[in-house]
Write a protein that binds this ligand. Structure first.
Ligand code: TXA
Ligand code: MG
Length: 318
């Protein structure tokens, strides 16, 4: 794999039906021409991703959505105009030009307009949408730097476009409309509070047992490090800590525990900072010599909910 900043080279590879790592403001994606089923199949191969798991398509601007979807429910229109480009994905009724492999046979397609300048520049130059899941092997921690993509997929992908560290640091929030209500299928970079402020409807969290679209972000085990991760809802009991464990915290470190094995997502309890540090720290700790990661829950507000969601799914005790 080559890592670089050459948008032309990325475009050439994509035009030829190859897959390319791309930066976005949420996490790095593994992109291919969404209208070319053979190119899309290479994404599934490189990630070892089950074929029943559909992909998000990425567009340069809101104006292009009508080319690929039948309709946009009126409830979603204010959200589209307020948050796009940005970390919000919409589940919408697809047109026939979106191949079945992209949606895993579903009549709905997930659409996102990323705001990262590098991927915006790339999307403006090509005349097809990019299908792109996060650029990690299926189930593993999402990549938030070109180096993470290189470390995980170097033998499987020819090129990754380096756009620096992802600023948001967790995946997009996925929303849709069901029976007149706004439904959130995956918590992410846009909070429930932000959505609620823009809609009269009650914002509902998709219920796993219901017959609504299932997203892999809803799978019980996902975003997992190779090491064991334990999730604690209250304070971590010092008696639970074994010699070679490390701690992933929010806020100040605990003076009764060795400082060097405590890692805080944000010492001054800033949820935005914590979000952008979550995956870098998980990658770092997974590559360290510590045996287990003991992670402390964040407050269940704003981005804290999305972080807790990732930590629970990464853990073996939840
Ligand atoms: O921030 C993001 O959304 C990143 C960047 C690269 O854009 N992408 C991302 O993709 O997180 P991925 O594939 O790792 O997660 C997309 C989620 C999956 O859980 C998938 O099941 C769900 O979106 N999804 C995609 N298309 C869907 C569809 N048609 N119906 C239901 N769920 C869908
Ligand atoms: Mg993913």
């Amino acid at each position: 794999m080559q890592v670089g900043k050459d948008i032309q080279q990325a475009q050439q590879l994509l035009d030829q039906g190859e897959v390319v790592g791309i930066p976005t403001e949420t996490v790095y994606g593994l992109a291919a021409n969404a209208l070319n089923p053979n190119a899309v199949s290479k994404i599934f191969e490189a990630k070892d991703r089950p074929s029943f798991n559909p992909l998000i398509i990425h567009l340069a601007s809101i104006d292009q959505i009508g080319d690929y979807v039948e309709e946009i429910p009126p409830l979603l229109v204010p959200l589209l105009h307020h948050f796009c480009p940005g970390p919000l994905t919409f589940l919408l009724k697809k047109k026939a030009n979106i191949p079945d492999i992209v949606t895993a046979g579903s009549p709905l397609v997930a659409i996102r307009i990323p705001r990262h300048p590098t991927v915006q520049a790339l999307l403006k130059q090509i005349n097809y949408p990019l299908a792109a899941p996060s650029a990690n092997p299926f189930g593993y921690i999402s990549p938030v730097s070109a180096q993470h993509v290189f470390d995980q997929l170097q033998h499987k992908v020819p090129y990754v476009l380096d756009g620096g560290m992802c600023q948001v640091g967790i995946e997009s929030t996925i929303v849709g409309e069901e029976n007149g209500s706004l439904v959130v299928y995956r918590l992410g970079g846009i909070t429930i509070e932000q959505l609620q402020a823009l809609t009269e409807s009650e914002v509902k969290l998709a219920n796993k047992s219901k017959k609504s679209p299932q997203t892999s972000g809803m799978l019980k085990h996902h975003y997992s490090p190779k090491k064991e991760l334990l999730f604690f809802e209250g304070a971590i009991d010092p008696n639970e800590i074994k010699d070679n464990d490390c701690l992933l915290l929010f806020g100040k470190k605990n003076r009764e525990i060795a400082i060097e094995r405590q890692f805080s997502l944000s010492t001054n309890e800033d949820l935005k900072e914590a979000t952008s540090k979550l995956f870098p720290l998980l990658h770092q700790l997974d590559g360290s010599t510590y045996t287990r990661i003991l992670a402390q829950a964040l407050p269940e507000i704003g981005l804290g909910r999305a972080i807790n969601d990732r930590l629970k799914r990464a853990s073996s005790n939840f």
